[in-house]
Design a protein around this ligand. Structure first.
Ligand code: ATP
Length: 201
């Protein structure tokens, strides 16, 4: 199975691009969605998070208080490392098992923090969704109602645009219309189909 990792900074357009591939019948595995499922009540991830960070991380219904946890790890490097050490192995294990069930000719695994989690070599190709930083600010301002300081902090916690482009096998440049995006997706889709046939993956 040909495994394409799709990554890119906040607001670059990963979700929108993944949707375009999905419309072509390609199965999408979403690391963020998996990470959320793994801390649902009854899941192993939640048990480990509570063991490390305490029961005050749970609300009255036993669900993870994500806002509280996010604040804790945003303000402490060690806490963040500890949370990652709990969640990342679980997320990647679940990704592997989902890849095993894929029926489409290739699959796309959407991993915003691919470089930051150091797992890029597990994939056959890395597709980076790229756009100018100013556009990232503009989109996130509108979508998430964050101010520029908040956006800057998020950007500082992510690998830089240059680092992502350096590891990219393929790049979709998302600074224009949705039609331009669709054209780029169409070209890459055809390339991946051929690549998958020629390599037998
Ligand atoms: P995040 O990492 O925050 O989840 P993302 O990389 O998945 O972001 P999207 O959610 O796909 O990014 O896009 C960010 C916002 O910008 C969305 O509101 C989306 O609709 C808008 N957007 C992205 N690309 C375009 C485009 N080419 N034209 C118009 N709007 C766009």
């Amino acid at each position: 199975m040909l495994k394409i990792a799709l990554t890119g900074g906040i607001g670059c357009g990963k979700t929108i691009v993944a949707d375009l591939f999905r419309r072509k019948g390609i199965e999408i595995i979403d690391a963020d969605q998996i990470a959320r499922l793994l801390v649902e009540p009854g899941e192993a991830g939640l048990k480990d998070v509570v063991q490390r960070f305490g029961t005050n991380m749970l609300d009255s219904r036993g669900h993870l208080n994500r806002v509280l946890l996010r604040n804790v790890v945003f303000n402490s490097h060690q806490d963040r490392k500890d949370l990652e050490a709990i969640l990342h192995p679980l997320v990647y294990r679940r990704i592997e098992s989902e890849i095993g069930r894929v029926k489409s000719p290739y699959c796309i695994v959407c991993i915003p923090l691919l470089l930051e989690t150091g797992r890029a070599e597990r994939f056959d190709r890395i597709l980076v969704i790229d756009c100018p930083v100013e556009l990232q600010y503009e989109r996130v301002r509108v979508r998430d109602h964050l101010d520029d300081d908040q956006i800057a902090r998020i950007l500082a916690s992510q690998a830089s645009r240059e680092e992502k482009l350096r590891v990219a096998d393929d790049v979709i440049f998302n600074d224009a219309s949705l039609t331009s995006l669709d054209n780029q997706v169409e070209k890459l889709h055809n390339f991946y189909l051929k690549f998958s046939k020629s390599t037998g993956r």
